[in-house]
Design a protein around this ligand. Structure first.
Ligand code: F6P
Length: 342
């Protein structure tokens, strides 16, 4: 019987359990494999902490947020100065062999896919499955977790509209996304943001202020400013949202409040879209194990599930291109991206 290991690593997101279920059930039911769950990401391989996953243990987890396997941010190939960089990878290799794994499915974001590639180079049979709310993994058009995060952020923006209107305030909302502005762009457009600031587009504070003052002069009672957490790079002490709210108060004199949405965006049950994408990715990964297609990451390309070599993915981030159609549409509807006068 073929034995396949599954782990989830890096920051969690809604849909991981749906993916674990997709891999596990397909591996057990379709291919008669044994499935081993690795606890807490790569730490579980270092500490040899595993559970055997049966079909019944994989039932009822489709709708659950988080990950039943736990996760950690451990980067096995990243060591502190003076430490031997081969110790942890060789421990992982040793335990992979002792556990008699013939394949390892690594569900994770950019960091995880990089580690997955390095482990593949060490000779392990690796398959990557992309997941993150940030939607910033190179090689795939979409990641699960993103749709749920956009829904949560959009609902938050909807709620800010009513209180902003009552008090005639500028409301700044900071959303996640690391160095990518996908959540900010999508929730900003869906929630009718007036100013949307993305890490990919350098903004001009004067233009942001001008846009907000023009709205106020036109007797628009309030404004919504959606900010990607990665726009503020001058130092990490203050959040981008808090920083932006302060700048707006200073430059416009308008009454301004900030909301930092935070981890709410990563918690809870995945949307239907994310459940479906995670299930498609998971079942495809199990098929890849069966076909012994290793050293690759599952990916969505033009609506179809396929795979890309891990060596092409490792460490690269998929940012928003300046010619993104949604940016153009937003501009024509009067959204200020901080770099034009519209
Ligand atoms: O990558 C997902 C993400 O939620 C980012 O949007 C955010 O910057 C980061 O993780 C937060 O990481 P941590 O879980 O380490 O606080």
């Amino acid at each position: 019987k073929m034995r396949v290991g599954i782990l989830s690593a890096g920051g969690d997101c809604p849909g991981i359990n749906a993916a674990i279920r997709g891999v596990g059930k397909t591996a057990i039911v379709e291919y008669g494999m044994d499935v081993v769950g690795i606890i807490n990401g790569f730490s579980g391989l270092v500490e040899k902490q595993t559970i055997s996953l049966s079909e019944s243990q994989l039932s009822g987890i489709l709708t659950l947020g988080g990950t039943i396997l736990g996760t950690s941010r451990l980067k096995p190939f990243k060591v502190n100065e003076g430490e031997d960089p081969t110790v942890i990878p060789s421990l992982i290799k040793k335990h992979y062999e002792e556990l008699k794994l013939e394949a390892l499915v690594c569900i994770g974001g950019n960091g995880t896919q990089k580690t997955a590639d390095l482990l593949a180079q060490e000779g392990l049979n690796i398959i990557g499955v992309p997941k993150t709310i940030d939607n910033d993994i190179w090689g795939t058009d979409l990641t699960f977790g993103f749709d749920t995060a956009v829904h949560i952020a959009t609902e938050a923006i909807d709620r800010l509209h009513t209180t902003a209107n009552s008090h005639k305030r500028v409301m700044v909302i900071e959303v996640m996304g690391h160095h990518a502005g996908w959540i900010a762009l999508y929730s900003g457009i869906a929630g009718g943001g007036d100013v949307i600031l993305l890490p990919e587009i350098p903004y001009d504070m004067e233009l942001v202020a001008k846009c907000l003052l023009e709205r106020s002069h036109k007797k628009k009672p309030y404004s919504i400013v959606v900010v990607g957490e990665g726009i503020y790079k001058e130092g990490k002490k203050k959040s981008a949202g808090a920083y932006m709210a302060k700048q707006i108060k200073r430059t416009t004199g308008l009454e301004t409040r900030e909301t930092i949405l935070g981890y709410i965006q990563r918690g809870g049950s995945p949307t239907a879209t994310d459940r479906i994408l995670a299930t498609r990715f998971g079942t495809y990964a199990a098929q890849m194990v069966h076909n012994r297609e290793f050293g690759k990451m599952v990916a969505l390309k033009n609506g179809l599930v396929t795979s890309v070599p891990l060596s092409e993915v490792g460490g690269k981030t998929r940012l928003i291109e300046p010619d993104n159609k949604l940016i153009a549409k937003g501009r024509s509807m009067g959204v200020c991206f901080g770099d034009c006068t519209k």
